[in-house]
Write a protein that binds this ligand. Structure first.
Ligand SMILES: Cc1cc2nc3c(=O)[nH]c(=O)nc-3n(C[C@H](O)[C@H](O)[C@H](O)COP(=O)(O)O)c2cc1C
Length: 187
């Protein structure tokens, strides 16, 4: 599969299963971090959660948010049951983060480089038949979740990357509007 085909055929895959070889994951990440990076700051951090680590994160998140909402009794149990399963939506969950520099220009550029690394990962994974889903959501922005993951609460979680073997057909493409995206400036 060439790059154009990988870009045009890639889809977010919501249902993922099976396993992914850790060596393949490391290879994908070693290629992801070849993304353009101003001043070679190498801001990206890939925190890879597999197996029970995903369950621990789910439990932590479910109880944290149940407490924050002051839930009790049956309502709390239902909430916890649903929320704790979130990190289990794939065999591998990669939290891709970067520090947020005090200099807003460097912070923006580090974020850009990290997002570019995420896209590299998505594309090569796709070309190798591995499914991915880039998510963020409440978990990605909660300082206590970052602490739980061993990150600094001030870090930015750019992606909660769900990775696994596709367990569904790729969804229909969601078209983008080229006319809105382009403006030619010629004189
Ligand atoms: C920064 C970012 C955050 C995202 N967060 C979520 C998310 O929380 N939940 C979700 O279902 N999809 C999320 N997505 C994926 C988009 O919804 C998805 O890319 C879009 O629907 C287009 O589908 P495609 O990737 O198959 O082209 C996120 C994408 C990006 C770039």
């Amino acid at each position: 599969m060439d790059v154009s085909e990988a870009i045009t055929s890639r889809r977010s895959i919501g249902r993922l299963e099976g396993d992914v070889d850790p060596k393949v994951l490391e290879e994908l990440i070693s290629h992801a971090i070849l993304a353009p990076n101003h001043h070679l700051t190498q801001p990206w951090r890939f925190t890879i959660l597999t197996g029970p680590a995903r369950e621990r994160l789910g439990e932590f998140w479910a109880r944290l948010t149940a407490d924050e909402r002051g839930l009790a009794g049956e309502e709390r149990e239902k909430w916890i049951e649903r929320e704790k399963s979130r990190p289990l939506r794939a065999p591998v969950l990669i939290v891709v983060s970067c520090p947020v520099d005090q200099d807003p220009v460097r912070a923006a550029e580090d974020h850009s480089a990290t997002a570019a690394a995420v896209q590299n990962f998505l594309l090569e994974a796709w070309a190798r038949g591995i499914g991915t889903m880039w998510r963020t959501g409440g978990m990605a922005y909660h300082p206590e979740v970052k602490r739980f993951l061993g990150l600094d609460p001030s870090d930015l979680i750019v992606a909660m990357l769900y990775v696994g073997q596709p367990a569904m057909a790729p969804p229909k493409a969601r078209p983008r509007e080229l006319e809105k995206a382009i403006r030619w400036v010629t004189e």
